[in-house]
Design a protein around this ligand. Sequence first.
Ligand SMILES: [Mn+2]
Length: 323
Amino acid sequence: MCYIIKTFINHLLILTALPLSCSPLALLWLCLSQLPMSYMSCIFQLSPRRTDVLTVTPWLAPVVWEGTFDPMLIDAIYKPMNLTVAATVFAVGKYIMFLQGFLESAERHFLVGFRVHYHIFTDEPEKVPPLTLAAGRQIIVHKVHKLNRWQDISASRMQLIQKVIEDRVHREAIYMFCLDVDAKFYSRWGAEALELLVAQMHSWFYREQRHGFTYERNPASKAYIPNGEGDFYYAGALFGGSVGEVYKLAKMCHSHLEIDRANGIEALWQEESHLNWYLLHNKPSKVLSPEYMWDNKKGQPGEIKVIRFSQVPKNYKEVRENA
Ligand SMILES: [Mn+2]
């Protein structure tokens, strides 16, 4: 907002060719540039926000879109807190090929200026690229066994997330995000995403009606959501929140995946189906717009002003173990 006002005044000054020293507009410009951030935020709040998209859920959780927050103000609030954020990334089997692109782009855009611990789960630790990270950021590699089916790899994530929190993350970080590795960052993905329980509207379903969501519809599954229920279809590729909330989520989803497995049931989208069940019964306190995990196959519709993080287009036959 501040930037827009300044740019607008700058343009006016240039157009009217008024000398900076005596122009009343220049005085206004000076005043604006001297205003403390708290006043600037008031101006921002009084201006119209996004009206073309849903910006708050029926349970009053914000939905984060470009234009709904002031990144400078967000950083001014969160940076002094000196937070550590953990990020879990699974680079198992052929997915290791995405790790370098993921990490290099994350260093440019993901929570820049914050301490970030990347927890990389891989069956080939020697293939983790040697990268120099910004100060306060580190890579922690966890060796895992390669499972044969991608469905099992996906289902085992919840168990590994639960375990890494128990082992160390609960001591080391305040917030945590669980991210898919087959994606790259393109623009700011910042502290505006921090909250107790954070989920993202899936880029393929944010315009869909409830009946179009691909929830698990088998009543025998622990991920069952009946027709007529459900808020959003959330992406399995991105969720997070406080370490405590992510722990509760991972523990319950893992136990539900195990119960289903014991009963010979595999939910339609495995982990994602169980995540959607959990988030229906435990509402996220912040919902991220599809900007936060986009799919470039969908182009860039007008409401997507910024693509912050997006899936790398891939041939499933090349990367999945049993596609
Ligand atoms: Mn993925």
